[in-house]
Ligand binder design. Structure first.
Ligand code: PRX
Length: 632
């Protein structure tokens, strides 16, 4: 059942095998899963289309590999431990048997509501076990889930509903986060105002706050599951049937729906989970992400549950009721593997070590990091104060599009180097490219990170627009998947991710397209034009700096910037709210009208003595004016 690597030489051996004969390498791993019918051919691919298919004509249901597979051997073992927002409130523990029954009951609800194979279901829910149950029930009946982070605005939600033509929305009345009670259902109501696509909404009651239920469309979760059978026969899916769509930001304004399919994603999420975290039976694992992001999909829900692991879901935030909350939870459940983001580490680092002092943290074996480059200072703080210098850190590099971890140490096996994601996992063939499209071989090189051979968990398409998938990922370098990240391979052959080289910024580990934020800013009636760049931010990794040309119309600068911030929050969500807004008389443009973002980035980060050549600008004077009004 386990394909876990145990030693460094074992890693090198597996890696060699995976490159020499990828098909047999993955076929052997896939053989340990339950298939309703084994596949005929392991891989068919080209990166020109792109057209990638794994485990062709294999038939399966991913939930059988999570539920039925573990029922008899570990039915009474905790699958999900749920820790509520309020520390004193009762927690919930669902065993594999209970999870099976809940997923079956909810699958029967979906069937009753007319959900069929291939239908799209939006999940807009807080961090409660029902979010995971909802995902698994969709997978069980063959519906395609699209989880939307419950912090997104009604506009952002409406765009996603429209794009994937969702028939059903699963949501909650509200959401507890820290000392806030956040409305959730009313956001969905607003999102549905201008569409009649959604025929059914099922509402999980979490906060008990007042909501309006639309007759014939809206149903309470607890009412519809009443009396439903605890068994359900899983629908047979093809390996390449869609499992889920997850929207993510790119260089252009509109988020794209990354499509993952059943067979390959199943194999890849489990294999990477087991190997990177070195999960052994009986361990308690905790990933602090939200299920609305890919990390939550692959490493709260699918990877751990496919492994038969115990996975913790935490409803709250790291600083509520105090900045010791994470450490309290680790001691409470004797967490063995802990996986979080650099932004959370830096936010807690600000509070010093006092909040850690009351806790032992002696159950910890492995620490993980994900979402953005981890700076050395945060790495050392994490290693010293949380891992007590005993725990290896897995700095895991990957993306929504890759489905699972691509470059990372194997915990306790690959020697760590602070701020380095270290080495590629078996099956991952990296290439570093120079701007002319030449591969840079050997060590001590730096360039753009590409992948030259398919892996089972990779993106298959961008929903409803295959050409966009091709343009975004497979056009920059012929025959390769381009990640959008810069990378360095050092003298030891270790990889260090340098961050995005495109117009994508990474704010607190959340991906945002600068064009997406600009579009939202430009919606304000007084805004003429805007340009958004990222700048180094102590806690968030990158902050959002917006340069805005506007018609002041009797407004004070403060009024206007507040209105713009409110408008971005309303259009995308609070995560996209600019940290700094500078009203400018003009933007630095070339004679052909292109904004020179390089200059704006330098000004935002305070590197004014290093602006480079500004002679090609249409109006070089504008740069001095921008520098003069720069926001500290
Ligand atoms: O720039 C890289 C950064 O996050 C991007 C992917 O974002 P997203 O699709 O939202 O997925 C985040 C969770 C996997 C990447 O292109 N990134 C992610 N992990 C790391 C990272 N940058 C450096 N080091 C990492 N460990």
């Amino acid at each position: 059942m386990s394909d876990r690597i145990h030693t460094l030489s074992g890693y090198f051996h597996e890696y060699q095998k995976s490159v020499a004969d990828p098909e047999n390498f993955w076929a052997k791993i896939a053989d340990s899963f339950h298939w309703k019918k084994r596949w005929d051919k392991t891989l068919d691919w080209n990166f020109e289309g792109p057209d990638v298919k794994w485990f062709l004509n294999g038939k399966l249901n991913i939930t059988e590999n999570i539920l039925e597979r573990h029922l008899y051997t570990m039915g009474d073992k905790p699958a999900i431990i749920w820790e509520p927002n309020e520390p004193g409130d009762p927690n919930r523990i669902l065993t594999y048997m209970e999870l099976y029954e809940e997923v079956c009951r909810f699958s029967n609800v979906l069937v009753e509501k007319g959900v069929e194979k291939g239908d799209k279901v939006i999940i807009y829910m807080p961090m409660v076990p029902e979010a995971a149950i909802a995902m698994l029930a969709c997978a069980r009946v063959g519906a395609v889930h699209s989880v939307v982070f419950a912090g997104f605005s009604s506009n952002a939600l409406a765009d996603r509903i429209e794009d994937c033509k969702a028939k059903v929305v699963l949501t909650s009345d509200g959401n507890f986060r820290g000392n806030k009670k956040i409305p959730v259902k009313s956001v969905v109501d607003e999102a549905l105002e201008n569409t009649d696509l959604v025929k059914t909404m099922i509402v999980y009651q979490r906060t008990g706050q007042e909501v309006t239920m639309k007759e014939g469309r809206d149903f309470w979760w607890h009412e519809v599951i009443e009396g439903k059978s605890k068994s359900h026969e899983a629908v047979e899916m093809d390996s390449e049937d869609e499992l889920f769509i997850l929207y993510t930001s790119g260089s252009t304004g509109k988020p794209k729906g990354v499509v993952h399919t059943c067979g390959g994603y199943m194999i890849y999420s489990k294999y990477t989970f087991e190997n990177v975290f070195q999960y052994t039976p009986g361990d308690v694992y905790w990933c602090t992400a939200d299920v609305g992001w890919i990390t939550g999909h692959s490493y709260i829900v699918y990877g751990p549950l496919l492994t038969g692991a115990t996975t913790i879901m935490f409803e709250g935030v790291p600083t509520y009721p105090n900045p010791g909350r994470f450490w309290e939870i680790i001691d409470k459940y004797k967490v063995n593997q802990f996986y979080t983001a650099p932004t959370a580490i830096r936010a807690l680092q600000v509070h010093g070590t006092d909040p850690i002092a009351p806790y032992k943290l002696d159950s910890l074996k492995v620490l993980g990091s994900v979402g953005e480059p981890i700076n050395e200072e945060a790495w050392h703080w994490y290693h010293t104060h949380i891992g007590k210098t005993r725990c290896p850190i897995v700095d895991t590099w990957w993306q929504t599009e890759t489905g699972g971890i691509m470059v990372s140490p194997l915990a306790g096996i690959t020697p760590n180097k602070p701020a380095f994601a270290t080495l590629p996992l078996p099956g991952v063939q990296l290439a570093i490219m120079d701007p002319e499209g030449k591969e840079l071989k050997g060590n001590s090189v730096e360039g753009n990170l590409c992948i030259k051979f398919p892996w089972p968990g990779m993106i298959r398409t961008t929903y409803g627009d295959h050409e966009r998938c091709k343009q975004t990922y497979f056009s920059a370098y012929k025959g390769m998947y381009f990640t959008g990240d810069g990378v360095k391979r050092d003298h030891d052959g270790y990889y260090r991710i340098l961050g995005r080289v495109d117009d994508v910024i990474n704010v607190s580990g959340h991906r945002m397209g600068t064009a997406e934020v600009e579009n939202a800013i430009n919606e304000h009636p007084l805004v003429v034009e805007s340009a958004v760049v990222g700048y180094p931010h102590k806690v968030k990794g990158q902050g959002i700096y917006a340069y805005v040309i506007c018609d002041m119309s009797n407004r004070t600068e403060e009024n206007l910037t507040n209105e713009i911030k409110a408008s971005v929050t309303n259009i995308i969500g609070p995560i996209a709210k600019p940290d700094k807004i500078q009203i400018v008389p003009g933007l630095p443009k070339t004679r052909s009208g292109k904004i020179m973002r390089r200059i704006l980035r330098k000004v935002a980060e305070g590197a004014m003595d290093n602006l480079g050549d500004t002679s090609t600008l249409l109006d070089p004077d504008v740069v001095d004016k921008i520098i003069a009004g720069r926001k500290e």
